[in-house]
Design a protein. Structure first.
Lengths: 376, 351
């Protein structure tokens, strides 16, 4: 019999689950290491020949899992050189997706019971596509019907808003990318830094957990706003989407994610003193393209600040340029860009949590949502 | 592209000019023999080799890009991924002859922020105006056709539709008879768009309640998501609303939390009764509507003529003539254009 979940002294399950993330990631890393300490796929889902034969990867998911898939798209493309596409599970399953037998479709779902994702899996099976389920819960319709399964080991997640199930999905997708890259011999030295840093990821996440207090103070300043925009570039854009979704889900504030460079082409009328901008402006100093994006984000932030638009920036430790522009910054450890999403989402989880608490919401059980969506 | 100083006026002109625009586009793409005019630079070998197409678009061209994905997948069985123009990076550079990037943009959009990868830039500029792919392809405006920003959705969507027909023909995924049917269906749209103009008043009435809106969600499944994206763009531009579009099936995965008494939700719920997949998606969309109603949200639905069911569930339904699924967006957009225009005219001066 399973134990009744306990909050372990935390006021909400969500806060407890945010704080459990370093340990959850430790479990994932352990599961992927063989006795010699090498990365290997847990179980033997696909043969080396199969992995070499894949010509394309599609990722089908909904909600937070789709955001994890969007980060995974960057990881898989960069490391395996395969074309990767991410789709809404609910769109994939009713539009005759263009997929063929030598392709892989990855289905991401915390619960393994998400109806849209299960329906998408049925479509994939009819088309003869290889299928891989990435789930937190074992023995579910998704894991039972997919060709292969990877478990994310987040442990039971009680709060409806996904936190540790999201970051463990990201780590799983990173490890999968590394493994595929080795088999396909597309391994690149640029990912070596991320590989070397991986064992220390749980410690960096623990450092990121220390942003709790700062996030609470910013929440106090911001919680009365009716609208928010979250901005990020490249691999950080899905984290902007995820940060916005967290706030929307538990505080009922209309928050929207947008690529930083798209803001002036898209919802321009939303840029005002009334709408705080949460900007992901982290950087990887060893990656030239990351620095180019960072410089662009700095100049965006300068412009926002000059127009007196409230900005909260997530930056990398040691950042000076953004700090010169605004005192509203939260810093996360400096780690390789491919791993940054896994730690920069943590302050966004805290921010959503504290705003929701200040708004008086039922944080663990927000209205109109369920932990797993079993009806369409 | 002509610039309109008054975007609301531009939308009114776009709605009223829809039949004329569709007539012009038909003339540009369909020969007097009723067959497709060939697309310059595209041949059978190139079309066959192509495995993946990126459609890069920003701002007001995102809606057409979303529709383009559905169209090209269905007609040409081509893998399509939509990317933000401002997010173009080395990862979206075409790999060999198997991939191409289709730019849906007006020239000026290519400045400053896009693309991030400087190496892309000369290629983008060099290829501008040609459809010589694989490589970078631009969906160019034909000489002599002037369209306003508010018309770019319908223009680019139509251009992608004709590209899809030609690609489908060349790749062997679309039989000649089927292509012929699509061509005739497109030609018929002109009179259907004229019919929407007769209903202008019923569309503008939607603005009465909308003047009190602060934020609004727009939902559509399949290709109708494209109309939601386009509608959200203009509701934001014209009225400053926080308007966000979702595929209808995504609501349960988070956005549902926003639903409360009176929260406006615009649902693009047209369907083609002769198309089984369209009907399947319609049934799912109806389930989403029931859900919004159960949460006291205020649903406004756009439906197709002959839909007897939706009126029982939704008080505010506006109808457009029935048409084949892939072409419905060209009609569905008209009520939203009139709504935006009326919303602007109804609001106090200075807002």
């Amino acid at each position: 019999m399973s134990q009744k979940p306990s909050k372990n002294g935390f006021p909400h399950f969500m806060l407890k689950e945010i704080c459990e993330q370093p340990d959850a990631v430790r479990r994932v890393l352990r599961d992927w290491k063989d006795s010699a300490g090498h990365i290997r796929l847990p179980g033997t889902p696909f043969s080396a020949e199969e992995v070499k034969s894949f010509s394309k990867i599609t990722i089908a998911a909904s909600g937070s899992s789709r955001h994890a898939g969007l980060v995974g798209e960057f990881m898989l493309e960069q490391m395996t050189k395969l074309a990767v596409e991410v789709d809404f599970a609910s769109q994939y399953c009713y539009r005759n997706p263009v997929v063929a037998a030598h392709e892989l479709t990855i289905f991401l779902s915390q619960s393994g019971t998400t109806i849209d994702t299960i329906t998408a899996l049925q479509v994939a099976r009819r088309k003869g596509v290889k299928s891989l389920a990435i789930c937190n819960v074992p023995e579910t319709p998704l894991t039972q019907n997919a060709d292969a399964t990877l478990l994310t080991h987040a442990g039971e997640e009680v709060a409806i808003a996904a936190t540790k199930s999201f970051t463990t999905q990201l780590v799983t997708l990173f490890l999968l990318s590394v493994y595929f890259a080795e088999l396909r011999a597309t391994h690149q030295s640029s990912t070596d830094r991320a590989m070397r840093e991986l064992p220390h990821l749980p410690e960096h996440m623990e450092t990121a957990l220390k942003t709790d207090q700062a996030c609470r103070e910013f929440a106090q300043q911001l919680y009365r706003h009716k609208d928010f925009m979250y901005l990020g570039r490249d691999i950080d854009y899905p984290i902007a989407l995820e940060g916005a979704l967290k706030l929307k889900e538990i505080s009922y504030i209309h928050a929207e994610g947008c690529p930083t460079g798209e803001l002036k082409h898209g919802p321009t009328a939303l840029v005002s003193e009334e709408v705080p901008l949460v900007v992901l402006a982290t950087r990887d100093e060893n990656d030239e393209s990351s620095m180019v994006r960072y410089e662009k984000s700095v100049s965006n932030i300068r412009e926002f600040v000059e127009r007196e638009i409230p900005v909260l920036a997530i930056v990398t430790e040691g950042d000076r340029q953004v700090r010169k522009l605004t005192s509203c910054t939260i810093s996360v450890p400096s780690i390789p860009g491919l791993l940054l999403p896994i730690i920069e989402v943590i302050p966004l989880q805290f921010l959503a949590y504290h705003i929701a608490v200040l708004c008086g919401r039922d944080v663990d059980r927000p209205r109109h949502l369920s932990k797993s969506v079993v009806v369409e | 592209m002509t610039k309109t100083a008054d975007p609301a006026g531009g939308l009114l002109e776009a709605a009223r000019g829809q039949p004329d625009l569709l007539r012009q586009i038909a003339g540009l793409n369909i020969g007097i023999d009723g067959r497709l005019k060939p697309v310059t630079g595209l041949n059978s070998a190139k079309a066959h080799k192509l495995e993946k197409l990126y459609i890069a678009a920003s701002g007001r061209n995102r809606g057409a890009a979303v529709a383009g994905k559905c169209i090209l997948e269905e007609l040409a069985r081509l893998t399509v991924e939509i990317v933000y123009l401002s997010e173009l990076s080395p990862r979206s550079e075409p790999r060999g002859n198997e991939e191409a990037v289709l730019l849906v943009t007006d020239l000026e959009d290519l400045n400053d922020d896009a693309p991030i990868n400087r190496n892309c830039q000369p290629k983008l500029r060099g290829e501008a105006g040609s459809l010589a792919g694989p490589g970078f392809i631009r969906l160019a405006l034909p000489v002599g056709l002037e369209i306003s920003p508010a018309q770019s959705f319908s223009y680019y969507l139509s251009a992608l539709f004709f590209l899809g027909l030609e690609m489908g023909r060349l790749r062997g995924t679309l039989a000649n008879e089927k292509a012929g049917m699509w061509i005739r269906d497109f030609s018929r749209l002109v009179s259907l768009a004229e019919e929407t103009l007769v209903r202008r008043q019923s569309y503008e009435e939607l603005a009465r309640e909308a003047t009190s809106w602060h934020s609004v969600l727009l939902l559509g499944r399949g290709i109708h998501h494209a109309v939601a994206v386009e509608g959200a763009y203009w509701l934001n531009q014209i009225q400053g609303l926080h308007a966000e579009a979702f595929p209808a099936g995504e609501m349960k995965h988070g956005p549902n939390a926003l639903l409360e008494k009176g929260r406006p939700v615009i649902v693009l719920a047209t369907s083609d009764k002769s198309d089984g997949n369209s009907q399947l998606r319609y049934r799912k969309t109806m389930a989403n509507i029931v859900e919004v109603n159960a949460r006291d949200g205020q649903v406004i639905a756009i439906a197709a003529d002959g839909d007897e069911e939706i009126g029982e569930e939704v008080k505010d339904v506006r109808y457009v003539p029935a048409a084949p699924e892939l072409l419905l967006p060209l009609l569905e957009i008209v009520p939203l254009q009139f709504l935006c225009w009326a919303l602007k005219s109804a609001s106090p001066i200075g807002t």
